[in-house]
Design a protein around this ligand. Structure first.
Ligand code: SAH
Ligand code: SF4
Ligand code: F3S
Length: 438
């Protein structure tokens, strides 16, 4: 009988992609995946370490499975960024964990699980690799219209606040041929949209290919309607990439451009390698290429951030008017340069206040920007039924805003590209109806 594996994923899209790799590795080694944790022999958590609340969520779930293990002898595995970064702490404080596997160790997982199941042996694979890119492993994807492809792994930027270089190791790019083959395979199986993934996706470099060439070749694959990418770093936006985004009909005119702070002293301390002015100049250059939607990430309350310095971030968000902004409270991470060099001295109350204010500001900006779309038609890739309203479809516009519209008996299917006339908006969603075909 095959062992049944239940798996939960936390964290970023890279982790979602890694879960697809893990599923593939397990299935080809005779394991069977299950959606029901009650009937599983193995529970795997693919974890995230980016902020304290990511840890806490994982600890909560581990507690739940510890009880199940006592009742019926489950094998528990912790994978991903926490397994890599907190291996000692996890071993010491959660001795019921059987298997620990970091992001570069997944090929060893089937053997480690078999030993845990059959010989009750604990095991771990937490070595980082300079080469592992899981070439030749075909991810076991979630059916749908949208697939991810990791084009590079790891990160060499060492932004001082960030744990990723320690959890995912050195930056390495995959061979372009394997990536293009994966894109063709997605198209053959009916997927319409691809997101190219990497911690610094636009620093991609392999076989003399840069990111601009790679994204154009992927966007040329017949059957692929839309290509996006996550996350780029502002340091690598050569003209060829901007031209590709502006001109290629299948590359979405949308860029997520993480800012982190609008103040130069903070940016310098964070090791981001650009100034406020350079960031704003890049935004200008991007906007000279026509309408390209911008979104960003910012951190509030980084070490010694003053009120005036925080207000520079506030004013930058006002000035640029992003389509959306992800706002995070600074969370000190073990091992990082900031944790060794700078005290985490902004109080939690002040951090939370700043976060709330930026979220409020962004909400107003998003509503204002969305209101400009009322009465206009947007192109939407149909993804499925709206979660709350089964009589409505849901999809995303090219700028990545969520769109919801009445089904109204049209012959629409997931994977179609349709025109939706917008008649109402919120900060995050456009509501409309299918525009008549002229
Ligand atoms: N490689 C991506 C970042 C991935 S992490 C990039 O450079 O864009 C996603 C976001 O989490 C970051 O952009 C940052 O805003 C936030 N983040 C990372 N480390 C953090 C920390 N220690 N505390 C709070 N937010 C953090
Ligand atoms: Fe972290 Fe910076 Fe690398 Fe992004 S670029 S993963 S923020 S170190
Ligand atoms: Fe989290 Fe690791 Fe992704 S720390 S954000 S799962 S790279």
């Amino acid at each position: 009988m095959a062992y049944h594996v239940y798996m939960e994923t936390f964290g970023c899209q890279m982790n979602e992609y890694d879960t697809e790799l893990v599923r593939s590795l397990l299935k080809t080694n005779g394991f069977q995946m299950t959606q029901d944790s009650e009937e599983a022999h193995v529970v795997l958590l693919n974890t995230c370490a980016i902020r304290e609340n990511a840890h806490n969520r994982v600890y909560g779930h581990l507690g739940k499975f510890k009880v199940a293990k006592q009742e019926r002898g489950l094998v528990i595995g912790v994978l991903g960024c926490m397994a890599q970064n907190l291996k000692k702490e996890l071993q010491e404080t959660r001795p019921f964990i059987d298997v620990l596997v970091g992001p570069d160790g997944y090929r060893q997982l089937p053997v480690l699980l078999t030993r845990a199941l059959e010989q009750h042996e604990k095991g771990q694979a937490v070595e980082l690799s300079e080469y592992e890119t899981y070439e030749q492993i075909v991810p076991d994807r979630v059916p749908g219209v949208h697939g991810w492809i990791a084009v590079m792994r790891g990160c060499d930027n060492f932004c001082t606040f960030c744990v990723v270089p320690y959890t995912r190791g050195r930056e390495r790019s995959r061979e372009p041929q394997g990536i293009v083959r994966e894109a063709q395979d997605l198209a053959d199986r009916g997927y319409k949209q691809i997101t190219l993934l990497g911690q610094n996706v636009n620093s991609y470099q392999a076989d003399g290919w840069g990111f601009a060439r790679l994204i154009k070749v992927v966007a040329d694959v017949p059957g692929i309607e839309r290509v996006r990418f996550m996350s780029p770093h502002p340091k690598d936006f050569p003209p060829a990439l901007l031209e590709a985004i502006a001109d290629h009909p299948h590359i979405c005119r949308q860029i997520h451009l993480p800012l982190q702070s609008g103040n130069d002293r903070m940016l310098e301390m964070m090791g981001r390698t650009y100034t406020r002015r350079e960031y704003l100049e890049l935004v200008d250059v991007i906007r000279q290429h026509g309408t390209i939607a911008l979104s960003t990430d910012v951190i509030c309350g980084f070490c010694s951030e003053t009120q005036e310095e925080y207000l520079e971030t506030y004013r930058l968000l006002e000035e640029v008017a992003f389509q959306s902004t992800f706002v995070f409270k600074y969370s000190e991470r073990k091992q990082t340069i900031a944790s060794r060099k700078y005290p985490d001295d902004v109080s939690d109350v002040v951090k939370s206040e700043r976060v709330m204010q930026l979220i409020e500001l962004q909400k107003k900006i998003s509503i204002r920007k969305n209101q400009q779309k009322i009465g206009r038609t947007v192109q939407v890739l149909v993804e499925g039924h709206a979660r709350k309203f089964p009589d409505q479809w849901m999809g995303h516009a090219e700028d990545n805003t969520t769109v919801v519209w009445e089904k109204n008996g049209h012959m629409t299917q997931p994977g179609d590209l349709v025109s939706v006339l917008v008649h109402d908006v919120s900060a995050g969603t456009l509501f409309g109806h299918m525009a008549p075909v002229l």
